[in-house]
Write a protein that binds this ligand. Structure first.
Ligand code: FAD
Length: 284
C-alpha cells in the first residue's frame, strides 16, 4: 500500500480519467503535468467498464508513475470480464511499474452484449479481489459508499459486503463522492463497528456547474444538501460564479473533514488543474 496511507499522516490524492479520443493524449499529458506540480500523494486513473479501453488507463497510469514519478493507481473493472483479460491488464500494468489497482465491479455498459455480460467470471468486486490477490502481486483498493451503494437494500448489507472486500484483500478504500460530511462521519462510525480497519479515503468532487447534478451526482446517488442547493439556485446561471462557489464549497468540506480527523482526501480532479490547484491552495 502507498506508504503515507500506513503512516499517521494526512494524504491528498487525485482521480483523473483517460482522454476519450487518441488524438487528445498530448492535452492529457499537459493536464497531468499541471496536476503533478500540486504534489499529490498518488493519482488514480479511471477505467471504462468492460475493459475495451484498458490500454488508455494503462498509458495514463504509466505516464504518472514513470514520467512524473508520482505513485499511480489504475482502476480496473470486472463486469463482463474473464480471468485471462484481467491477468492481461495486470501484466501490462506490471510492465509499466504500476503496482496498485482500484478493483471495481463496474456497471454494465449500454453497448455490452447479453452474451458478454452473462459470460463473466466475477459477480462482485470482492470475487475479483480474491482472484487478483491469489494470482498477482498487486496492491488492491476498493470502493465504498457513504450513502450506500444504489443496489443495496440497506447500509447494513452494503457494509457487510464492504467487509468481504477487506477480507478479500482490499488494503484501503476510496469513497464515492458525497456533499454532506455528516453522511461520511456516520459511515465511518458504522464501518468501524463492522470491523473495517483499513484506511478510507474521502472522495470529494467540486461541483462547479449545474450540469454535474444531472450527471455525476445522479450517477453517484449522493444527496444534495440545502447549502449546495442554495449555491445552485444563486449561481447556477453564471458559470464563473458557480465555479468559484463550487471550489469554495469543496474547500469548506475538506477543512471540516480535516478538523474532524479525516486524514485521507481523494479529490475527483475532473482533469481540471486550475480548479484542483485552487482547492489545494484553499485547504492549506
Ligand atoms: P461491488 O463491491 O461488487 O458492489 C456492488 C453491489 O453489490 C453493492 O450493492 C454491494 O453491496 C453488492 N455486493 C458486493 N459484494 C457482494 C456479495 N459478495 N454478495 C452480495 N452482494 C454484494 N466505474 C467504472 O466503470 N470505472 C471506474 O474507473 C470507476 N471508478 C470508481 C471509483 C470510485 C472511488 C467509486 C466509488 C466508484 C467507481 N466506479 C467506477 C463505479 C463503480 O464501478 C460502481 O459504483 C459499481 O456499481 C459498483 O462497483 P463496486 O466495485 O463497488 O462493486
Amino acid at each position: 500500500m502507498f506508504t503515507k496511507l500506513t503512516e499517521n499522516e494526512n494524504t491528498l490524492s487525485f482521480e483523473v480519467f483517460p482522454p476519450k479520443k487518441d488524438g487528445e493524449f498530448e492535452k492529457a499529458f499537459e493536464v497531468l503535468d499541471a496536476l503533478g506540480k500540486l504534489n499529490p500523494d498518488y493519482i488514480s486513473v479511471t477505467y471504462g467498464a468492460g475493459g475495451s479501453r484498458a490500454g488508455k488507463t494503462i498509458e495514463i497510469a504509466s505516464y504518472i508513475q514513470n514520467t512524473l514519478g508520482i505513485d499511480a493507481m489504475a482502476h480496473m473493472t470486472c463486469v463482463g470480464s474473464k480471468r485471462e483479460q484481467l491477468l492481461e491488464v495486470y501484466r501490462e500494468l506490471k510492465a509499466h511499474n504500476v503496482t496498485h489497482v482500484l478493483a471495481l465491479r463496474g456497471d454494465r455498459p449500454k453497448d455490452m452484449s447479453d452474451e458478454q455480460f452473462m459470460d463473466k467470471d466475477f459477480e462482485h468486486a470482492s470475487d475479483m479481489m480474491a482472484f487478483l490477490k491469489e494470482n498477482t502481486d498487486l496492491h488492491l483498493a476498493g470502493a465504498c459508499y457513504p450513502e450506500k451503494h444504489f443496489e443495496s437494500f440497506s447500509m447494513e448489507s452494503d457494509l457487510n459486503n464492504l467487509k468481504k472486500k477487506q477480507d478479500a484483500g482490499a488494503e484501503f478504500f476510496i469513497s464515492q463522492l458525497f456533499l454532506d460530511n455528516d453522511f461520511y462521519y456516520a459511515f465511518l462510525e458504522k464501518a468501524a463497528k463492522k470491523g473495517i480497519t483499513v484506511p478510507i479515503c474521502a472522495g470529494i468532487m467540486p461541483i462547479t456547474s449545474v450540469k454535474q447534478i444531472g450527471t455525476s451526482i445522479t450517477l453517484a446517488g449522493s444527496s444534495v444538501p440545502k447549502a449546495m442547493a442554495d449555491i445552485l439556485a444563486t449561481h447556477g446561471d453564471n458559470p464563473d460564479d458557480m465555479r468559484k462557489a463550487g471550489v469554495d464549497y469543496a474547500i469548506r468540506q475538506i477543512r471540516d473533514l480535516r478538523e474532524n480527523g479525516v486524514q485521507h482526501i481523494h479529490l475527483y480532479s475532473m482533469n481540471r488543474p486550475k480548479t484542483t490547484a485552487e482547492i489545494v491552495t484553499g485547504i492549506q
